[in-house]
Design a protein around this ligand. Structure first.
Ligand SMILES: [Mg+2]
Length: 357
C-alpha cells in the first residue's frame, strides 16, 4: 500500500492488459501487489458490503480504515433513498469509520443533482418519498412539494410513508406531462422477513396508473458512480459491491474496475452464471480482499487454473480447492464459465466442491 497512487496505477494497468490479452476476452484480473495499491479511491456499496441490516460485517471496518490510512479516498454509494447522507454517515461513524455526510452518495442525492441541472433554481418538485429525498432536493436548491399543482417535475424514492395520497398526486402530475424521475428501480428490499416491496414496486403502481415509465438514476445506471467519483475527485476508483446486477453492472457502465464480495446478495453460483455486463474484475470473500493479492486465472486445453486449483471443462475441481480462501477455484471456475466452457448444470457442483455453497 502506498500514499502515492501513480506507480501502482501504471503497473496495475500493465498487468490488466496482460491478463486481458492472454485470455482474449474480459475476465478476472490479477494483481501481485495488494489490490488497493492500484487505485486512488473506493466507491463502496453499503448493505451486504459494510453492514447487513444494522450489523457491521466482520473485517469490513478494519479493511476500510486501512485503505483510508493508505491514502485512498472512500465514498459510500447506495441506492437506498430513504436515509439522508447525514443519517448514513452517522450510522457508519457508529461502526468506527470516519465518514462525513459529503462522503455518502445516495440515489436521492444523484436524482436531486440531476434535477437541479435541468430545472430553474427553487423549482417545485413533487416528492413521492420521505426526508431522505426531500433533504437532498433542498440541498440542491429545489423546493420539495406535496401537491401536483405548480410542480414542474416528479421524483420518487422509497420511504415507508409512501402511500395512495402521494401516488395520486404524482399520477396527476405525470399525466399532465411532468418529467418523472425514480431514485432506483429495485423491486424488493431485503428484510429479516424476506423481500419486501422496494421502490421499483411502488414505481410499478404509478406506471400502471399513468402508462408512463420514469427515468431511473440508481445503480446500475453509471451516474451513481461517475457522480461519486467526481464529488471526491477520484481519477481511478475501484467499485466494491455485493450485487452483480446493480453494483457490478453499474461499475462496468461507468468504465470502472470492480470487486465483488460474497457477504451480501450475489453468491458464488451467481458469479459463475454472470453475463458479460455483470462480471467483476476481482472477487473477494469480504473487504479483506482489498488488501490481498489476486492471482489471475488462465485457461488451457484441460480447463482453467488459478493458484493451486484446476477446474476442468467437466466441472471437476482438482488440486487444492481451499486455496486462496476457496476463491482461487472460483476464479478458475469463472474464467471457464465466462469463456462458455463450463456447462451451467455443473455450476452447483463446482461451488459445492469449493465449499462456497
Ligand atoms: Mg448491497
Amino acid at each position: 500500500m502506498t500514499a502515492s497512487p501513480d506507480p501502482p496505477l501504471a503497473s496495475a494497468r500493465q498487468q490488466d492488459d496482460e491478463s486481458t490479452n492472454r485470455l482474449g476476452s474480459a475476465v478476472l484480473r490479477g494483481t501481485d501487489t495488494p489490490l488497493v495499491g492500484g487505485y486512488d479511491a473506493l466507491l463502496v456499496d453499503l448493505d451486504g458490503v459494510v453492514h447487513l441490516g444494522d450489523q457491521p460485517i466482520p473485517r469490513a471496518v478494519d479493511a476500510l480504515r486501512s485503505a483510508r490510512a493508505g491514502g485512498l479516498t472512500v465514498a459510500y454509494v447506495t441506492n437506498n433513498a430513504a436515509r439522508t447522507p447525514a443519517d448514513v454517515a452517522r450510522g457508519l461513524t457508529g461502526y468506527g469509520l470516519d465518514v462525513a455526510a459529503a462522503d455518502v452518495v445516495t440515489s436521492s442525492v444523484v436524482a436531486a443533482r440531476l434535477l437541479a441541472d435541468r430545472l430553474p433554481a427553487g423549482a417545485q418538485v413533487l416528492v413521492v418519498g420521505g426526508d431522505g429525498l426531500r433533504a437532498p432536493l433542498v440541498a440542491a436548491g429545489l423546493t420539495p412539494v406535496a401537491s401536483a399543482d405548480g410542480a414542474v417535475a416528479v421524483v420518487q424514492g422509497w420511504a415507508p410513508e409512501v402511500g395512495w395520497p402521494q401516488l395520486a398526486e404524482a399520477t396527476v402530475a405525470v399525466r399532465a406531462g411532468r418529467p418523472w424521475m425514480a431514485t432506483n428501480l429495485d423491486r424488493t428490499l431485503p428484510s429479516p422477513r424476506g423481500p419486501l416491496p422496494g421502490n421499483g414496486s411502488m414505481v410499478a403502481a404509478l406506471a400502471s396508473a399513468t402508462g408512463q415509465q420514469p427515468e431511473s438514476v440508481g445503480k446500475p445506471k453509471p451516474a451513481m458512480f461517475t457522480g461519486a467519483a467526481a464529488a471526491i475527485g477520484a481519477r481511478s476508483p475501484l467499485v466494491v459491491g455485493d450485487r452483480l446486477d446493480t453494483d457490478i453492472a453499474g461499475a462496468r457502465a461507468a468504465g470502472y474496475h470492480s470487486l465483488a464480495v460474497l457477504t451480501g446478495v450475489s453468491s458464488a453460483a451467481d458469479l459463475l452464471a454472470a453475463g458479460p455486463d455483470e462480471r467483476p474484475d476481482y472477487l473477494g470473500r469480504d473487504l479483506d480482499a482489498l488488501h490481498a493479492r489476486h492471482p489471475a486465472p488462465y485457461l488451457d486445453g484441460d480447463g482453467a487454473h488459478c493458484g493451486a486449483v484446476t477446474v476442468t471443462t467437466r466441472g471437476d475441481v482438482l488440486g487444492e480447492p481451499g486455496g486462496g480462501d476457496g476463491l482461487d477455484g472460483l476464479r478458475a471456475g469463472c474464467a471457464l464459465a465466462w469463456a462458455g466452457r463450463l456447462p451451467a448444470e455443473r455450476y452447483d457442483d463446482v461451488v459445492r466442491a469449493l465449499s462456497l455453497d
